[in-house]
Design a protein around this ligand. Structure first.
Ligand code: ATP
Ligand code: MN
Length: 479
């Protein structure tokens, strides 16, 4: 039989049966007669309480029981005397597996700043906050696979190393085995990538979309779920250099099917987390309330975390065009009072402040914007008849801004080729992409969701570095 986790022990009927508790000490308190040790093993936000009668187990045997030490306890599972938990363990044996010197262990039981804990990312899985965040992240990932599987989408694996730099989604990391001190040169004195591993320049992928399109135009409905890399030097609370993206792509889907899919998808995953992570969400909600106590009223979240998640699940997302959004922004109070830092006019790329106004002030719910000016969107998006806009869609969320970016794709060979030439993308190098429009082309659509931004929204964590185990950002690749 599998060893029971603390999560399981906490819901087992107490009948004085002998149980084994394995975990890390969160805290220890007590008196001369009795010691109370709280132990956590990561399976749940809740700790199990171990009660040690000091007449039976000597203080000497407990001398290494400090916060952070790992322990094995044998004892009887009994109804708890104290409030707050149903069961506790009356210790018969306490064994310290790995001590943690209280003078040196960094994560003592007191309030630490998130920055401090981040610097100790190798140990932060042992804290209540990060335990909750990473359990939620697991459930989000699981629900994503479950959703697509149930909708008939196949999970495809797009390559991590790519030679195409056409996506233009962001700056890229070069992948090379050339000797950087002494690279082979061409006659013109440039680095000669013909002598590199792949005989051409290669990079870490910024998106799996183009490959997902190739697969969708045969398998029908597919999605990728993998790491993507952007060498963008933006030190924000919403950008990572390495993040996980989910990119569904569906043949015969138009932009409306695509918006419906995105909305169903987001709601399904949030509903799953509400159902399966109630205790972690309750903890995270309280954490957020505590954190926001020191903030000005106007900067606090308008709703507690769980209410916000239910609100998203229960309400239809607002859908409007980019052009309508610009009109709203031009009529808005901050515009009239000159409060926007970036000026508003048709054609601009919306800034976070504009998106936040629409989502948080005007509509007060998630918004899907469509039909953006073609100049600010990628070459592969389907061109509208007006000659100015493309069938793009961005899903904007409160507190986060853009969480999903997607579009219906241009399926017309001539239009796509012309657009590539206009923006200077090599149609020769992208022959394989154009081929899908030469043979059996069909309307198709897809989008990309950044996993970490989604987990931020669900957990209420303000900094994207706190929802991925080992964040990669400019100047940071420790652990
Ligand atoms: P932004 O304008 O916020 O930088 P983007 O337009 O570059 O986003 P897309 O290229 O459309 O984003 O990528 C799809 C999704 O991937 C975004 O909606 C977002 O959720 C996520 N994403 C993009 N860049 C990052 C990043 N650097 N770190 C984490 N998530 C990201
Ligand atoms: Mn970006």
């Amino acid at each position: 039989m599998a060893k029971p986790t603390i999560k399981e022990l906490l819901t087992t009927a107490p009948q004085e049966q002998t149980v084994e508790v394995l975990g890390w000490v969160r805290n220890r308190r007590g008196s001369k007669q009795v010691a109370f040790i709280t132990v956590n093993d990561g399976s749940t936000i809740h700790n199990i309480q171990v009660v040690v009668d000091l007449n039976q187990i000597s203080e000497e045997q407990l001398k290494e029981v400090h916060t952070g030490a790992s322990v094995r306890v044998l004892g009887k599972l009994v109804p708890s005397q104290g409030s707050g938990q149903a069961v506790e363990v009356q210790a018969q044996e306490v064994e310290v597996l790995g001590p943690a010197d209280p003078e040196k262990y960094p994560l003592q039981p007191k309030k630490h700043s998130l920055e401090f804990v981040r610097e100790n990312a190798h140990l932060r899985a042992r804290t209540a906050t990060f335990g909750a965040v990473f359990r939620v992240r697991h459930h989000v990932s699981y629900a994503i696979h479950k959703f697509f599987h149930e909708e008939g989408f196949f999970y495809v694996h797009s390559p991590i190393i790519t030679a195409s730099d056409a996506e233009g989604a962001g700056a890229m990391f070069r992948v090379t085995t050339l000797d950087l001190k002494n690279p082979p040169l061409t006659q013109e004195g440039e680095v000669n990538f013909k002598e590199d591993f792949f005989e051409r320049p290669t990079n870490l992928t910024v998106s799996g979309q183009l490959e997902a399109e190739l697969m969708a135009l045969g398998l029908g409905r597919v999605y990728t779920f993998g790491p993507t890399f952007r060498a963008e030097n933006s030190n924000t609370t919403r950008h990572l250099a390495e993040f996980w993206m989910i990119e569904p792509e569906a043949a015969f889907y138009d932009i409306h099917d695509n918006m419906d899919l995105a909305e169903r998808f987001v709601k399904y995953v949030i509903r799953h987390v509400l159902e399966h992570c109630a205790d972690d969400l309750a903890f995270l909600e309280k954490r957020l309330l505590d954190e926001e106590k020191s903030k000005k009223e106007s900067e606090r979240s308008p709703m507690p975390l769980i209410e916000k998640l239910n609100f998203v699940v229960e309400n239809a997302f607002e859908r409007l065009s980019y052009t309508e959004a610009i009109e709203l922004l031009l009529q808005s109070k901050p515009q009239k009072k000159n409060q926007f830092q970036f000026p508003v006019s048709w054609g601009i790329d919306l800034q976070a402040e504009h998106e936040r106004y629409l989502v948080e002030k005007h509509f007060k719910k998630p918004v899907i914007l469509t039909d953006y000016p073609k100049e600010i969107k990628a070459f592969y998006m389907k061109q509208n008849d007006d000659g100015k806009t493309v069938r793009a869609m961005d899903v904007l969320f409160p507190g986060i801004g853009e969480i999903i970016g997607g579009s219906q794709r241009e399926e017309d060979y001539d239009k796509l080729k012309r657009r590539m030439e206009e923006v200077g993308i090599s149609t020769e190098e992208m022959w394989w992409y154009l081929d899908t429009r030469r043979f059996g082309s069909v309307p198709h659509s897809g989008f990309g969701l950044g996993l970490e931004r989604f987990v931020q929204f669900i957990t209420g964590m303000g900094n994207i570095r706190d929802v991925i185990p080992f964040p990669r950002t400019p100047g940071n690749a420790e652990f």
